[in-house]
Every structure is written in C-alpha cells, then in structure tokens.
Design a protein around this ligand. Structure first.
Ligand code: M6R
Length: 585
C-alpha cells in the first residue's frame, strides 16, 4: 500500500511530484522514488529506501514536464533501493499501488523467456507487461497489460518520447485532477489540494490518458466513458506542530475539539440517519485496528440504548465469513481514512447484499464516503500521526450519538465531555506509569465490559508506538492462563470506570500484586483509589457517565503510549513497519 502521484504541465514535474509525495507519505514511508521524462525524451529515475525527503537533493538537476512518483509501504520485498518504485522495462516506467495476486506466475513466464528482474516486488511484472504490449501507444499497451492481471492496482505508466501519463484502476483508488495547462493523477484527494479546480474518481476497469491539455477516460475495452467532475475542495493537512514535539501529542491535545466538533456535525445528519435506519432490526459494525475498538463500544451503545442486536467484526474477517445480511441490516463501517481496503470492501459487500451502509469516517472525500448510504461524520480534523488518537474519541462520540438517535433518546451528558477531556489532558501525570511501562518486558491492559474495549486500544497503541509487547484482556480472563506470565518485569494496568464492576476488576489487580507483578490502576472511583493508592500507581480521573468514560480513559492510555515511546526514543508519529492508511488487504 502506497501513495502515487503523476503530473504533466508547464511546471517542473520533479518538484510537483515531490510535493505530492510529501503529502502522500502517510500512506507509506519505507522508500520513495520518482521518474521524469526529460527534454531529450529519455526517462530519469531516482529512488531511495527511507523517507520522501531523501529525494529532494536528487532532483535538483531533473528537468521535464511529465513525472510520476511513489511512496512505499512494502508488501512484496523488503524496503530497499531496488524494491522502491518506479520500476522500468524497456521504454516503459511505472508506479503501482495495490497487490498483483498472480505476479509469481507472470514473473515465472517472463523469466522463462530470459527476462531479468531487478526487484522482489510484485509491481515489476506490470512494467514488463506494459513494455511487452508496447508498440508505440502507451494507452493500448496499458489496457492489454492489465487484462492478464489479478489483484488490485492504481497504476501509472509513462514511456520514452511520449508526453502523456496512462493510468489504470482496479480496487485501489485513483483521482484525476483537471488543471489549467496542467493535469494530475493521484491515489487520493489530499495530494491534489489547492492544485486544480476540478477532480474526478476513476471507476474499476477504467483507463485514462492524461496529457497537458486534456484527460480522456475509457473503459477496459477502450470505449470512451464519462466520469462525474466535482469541485476540488480537498484541504491538505496543516503540518504545523503548534509547539508540540510530535503530531501524536498535538493530536491528543485536540481530543476535546474532536469530541465537540463531532457533536455539532452529527446534528446535520441526524434526520438522514434516522430515515436510513428506519426498519433496521440488526446492526453489524466493521472496522480495523483502532476503528474496530471504537466499534466494540458502539455495540454496547446500540444494544443498551436501543436493545437492537449488534455484531462487531474486524473488516478483514467479516468479508470472508459468508455473512448473513438482509435489507433490514445496517452495516456501520468505521474508518478514519475511509480508504482502508478491508473496510471499504466490507462495505461494498454489505451494499451488494442489500444492507444499508453507514460510514463513520473522518474523511469526507474518501472511497467509503462515496459508496455509503449515509455518512456520520467524525470531525476530528486531519490526523497525521500514524497512531490514531483524536479520531478514536471522535468515532466513539459519533457512535454514541448514532445509537441515541436510533433509540430516540437524548442526554446532556455528552456536552460535558469536551471539558472533562481537556481537564484530564491538562491535569493527569502519567510519567511514573510510562516509566514503568518503558522498563517492563510486557504490559497487560485489563478491564471489564466498556473498560475492556479501551484496554484493547491501550494495548494496541502501546505496541504500535513503543514496540513493547502488550495485550488487552478482560480482567476475569487473566487467571485462565495469562497469570503465568506475571512477574516483577511485567506491568498490569487495570481500567475501572464502572462502579458496579469495579470489585471484580479489583480482584484481578490483587492477583497480580500477590504474585509479585507490578500493577497500576486508572479509575474515577474514589473507593478504588483509596483501596490501591498505597500499594500501586493509581491515576484518579474525574467522575462521568460510565458510557462516556472511554472518552477520558482513552486519552490516558494513549498518552501513556506516547510518553513511553518518547522515553524509549521511538518516533511515535511514524512507527516502524506501519502506514497511516492501509489500502491493501
Ligand atoms: O483509517 P482507518 O481508521 O480505517 O484505519 C484503521 C487502522 O489501520 C488504524 O486504526 C490503525 O490500527 C491505527 N494505526 C492504530 O493507531
């Protein structure tokens, strides 16, 4: 999964492409590269393992009006210069986002014919295929090449002595940008923010030919087709750190605004949502990673407030489980980016089976937004750090409101939460606990019911940014096996925000302490505080409605992950091996 961008026009192609790659880096930052057709018609390629910025000193001499670029998150082949895109074969050079599922057999056939491969990627076969079909026309060569390919692709191809970019799309998204004397193509809209007046999305099977003055779109048989133009209203994320050392901290501080703005945005769609959910008797919630964790809370909200049965599935599992859905099923697809392949495909499957799809997303112009029956906005604002923070609390807020609306209920409790989140961010001192985590061999987050859902999120966040092994457990499960791992080098962090269940979770902490384990408690219950304050680290948070307590406990577990990463000298904004938006399976 990667970011790709193409430029053709009167400007310097290398600089335009590099700027686009900087904006797309959240999609992958293992390696980056770009290719430009120079004045002599020849193609120059630069590519490097590492961040996009490594290309800047390499393009100072590159001149040319046509360019394509790529920022990579490795799927096939380790991150290294050779595996970085673009890939070339003969006169053709390509960049690719997606996965070619039949690349091994295609590659074997080329090797049998004596071709040499220079990378371990699946994408290099695309360069070979386009080159094999090339006899002077890049468009027909591309159309013929993709006919034999299985998998997903957003593919851009250029060839020597041709002032054009040919583009093909299947499953991975491609946006075309219509400028004035210049045109663009990219894997998503933020890359084109402020660059052109109008944009359009390609559909699966489309092939496009982009020249300086026009963009032509064809179906897979090269019959011209029209795709709807829309104004380019995308905004690129502000890169201002606002005095914070990392985006993760800046975005944690934006949690109160995320909750507040999501509440305001909800009232614009409440009527439409109620209408879409009329007659619905079953809800399925899908998402990945942090979005899935928000879904676990969503299930509790819908079931408690509306007594409607809800299932929650990770989107990648749901797709392959032969799920049962009817027109009375509503599928809530949660995704910060709205581009996560598993979530988008799960939503597509639900639609094809007649279910209603509600997108809960922070990305108003994403694939998920475009295909959903209704969109419940998460108004967290652009999130740059790979680790989700404010988008999670925004998702919880959106799901809470959606469940209340479905149940026909109202409460004023939510209005208090932006202020409480602000208070927690300002007052809470998590340094001692972060030091304990940083010095541990493993951290177990424990909780019951709603607290268990937040425990899973705390564990994911800690793993993601600090690389410390961690697990989230229902407090009662500890004694069924995991207790064997507890010793003086482990830390168990118990979340207790439900008075009725606190006693049960307290038992788990006692079991940890009595076996010499290190423990910490995060609670807003003064009785729990008094019980443990002299025996282990305890963080006392403000009282609030139990259903909304995840908004404040999430801030604390995410802050612990951040602080632990900083203590260990990790980069919390760009953790190793990850990308912000996972657009492949
Ligand atoms: O953009 P999405 O919400 O669909 O992304 C889903 C996950 O990839 C994402 O939440 C991931 O788990 C985060 N990096 C966790 O912090």
């Amino acid at each position: 999964m990667c970011g790709i961008i193409g430029y053709i026009g009167g400007g310097n192609a290398a600089e335009n492409v590099l700027e686009g790659l900087r904006r797309l880096e959240y999609r992958g930052y293992d390696s980056a590269g770009l290719a430009v057709i120079g004045g002599n018609g020849k193609i120059s390629v630069v590519k490097r393992q590492g961040r996009v910025e490594k290309l800047a000193p390499l393009i100072t001499e590159m001149r040319g009006c046509v360019g394509i670029g790529h920022t990579r998150w490795a799927t096939h082949g380790r991150p290294c210069d050779a595996n970085a895109h673009p890939h070339s074969a003969g006169a053709v050079t390509v960049v690719h986002n997606g996965i070619i599922e039949n690349y091994a057999e295609l590659k074997a056939a080329f090797i049998e014919k004596g071709e040499t491969f220079f990378s371990e990627t699946d994408s290099e076969v695309l360069a070979k295929l386009v080159n094999k079909n090339f006899s002077g026309d890049i468009l027909t060569a591309l159309a013929a090449a993709v006919k034999v390919v299985k998998g997903s692709y957003a593919l851009m191809a250029i060839c020597e002595n041709t002032q054009a970019i040919a583009v093909a799309k299947s499953k991975s998204s491609v946006i075309l940008g219509f400028g004035d004397g210049e045109n663009f193509c990219a894997s998503d809209e933020p890359a084109l923010a402020g660059k052109c007046k109008n944009i359009c999305s390609l559909e699966d099977g489309d092939i496009a030919l982009i020249t300086r003055d026009k963009i032509e779109i064809f179906d897979s048989k090269l019959k011209p087709v029209k795709r709807k133009l829309r104004p380019n209203v995308a905004v690129s994320a502000s890169l201002d750190l606002c005095g914070c050392p990392h985006y993760m901290l800046k975005e944690l501080k934006e949690v109160p605004a995320s909750v507040k703005n999501t509440i305001s945005a909800f009232y614009d769609v409440e009527g439409e949502l109620k209408k879409a959910l009329d007659g619905v008797n079953r809800i399925i919630i899908v998402g990945c990673g942090t979005a899935y964790h928000a879904g676990l809370l969503g299930k509790r909200y819908f079931e408690s407030f509306a007594r409607v049965p809800v299932e929650v599935e990770t989107a990648g599992e749901f797709r392959y489980k032969d799920p049962v859905m009817t027109e009375k099923t509503a599928v809530f697809a949660i995704s910060q980016s709205g581009e996560t392949a598993d979530t988008v495909e799960a939503a597509r499957l639900a639609l094809s089976m007649g279910a209603k799809v509600v997108a809960v997303t922070n990305a108003p112009y994403s694939q998920l937004t475009r295909l959903a029956s209704v969109v419940v906005p998460v108004a967290a604002g652009p999130e740059i750090c790979v680790a989700a923070t404010k988008s999670y609390t925004g998702q919880i807020t959106a799901l809470y409101l959606a469940a209340l609306a479905f149940a026909g209920k109202k409460t004023a409790e939510l209005e208090k939460m932006p202020g409480l989140c602000q208070k927690v961010i300002e007052d809470i001192d998590i340094n001692t606990l972060a030091q304990m985590c940083a010095r541990s061999n493993g951290v177990y987050f424990l909780g019951k019911d709603l607290d268990y859902a937040v425990a899973l999120e705390g564990s994911l966040k800690l793993k993601e940014v600090s690389y410390i092994p961690s697990e989230g457990y229902p407090a009662g499960e500890l004694k069924h096996g995991t207790l064997a791992l507890i010793d003086g080098n482990t830390v168990s962090v118990a979340l207790m925000f439900d008075k009725a269940l606190a006693g049960k979770c307290e038992n788990a902490v006692e079991q940890v302490l009595s076996r010499g384990g290190r423990a910490a408690v995060i609670t807003n219950d003064t009785e729990v505080y008094n019980n443990f304050s002299k025996r282990c680290e305890v963080l006392l948070l403000p009282e609030c409605d139990k259903y909304l307590s995840p908004l404040i406990s999430a801030v604390v577990v995410q802050a612990i992950a951040y602080e632990t990463a900083v203590i260990l000298g990790r980069d919390p904004d760009k953790p190793r091996n990850l990308a912000k938006s996972v657009t492949v399976e």
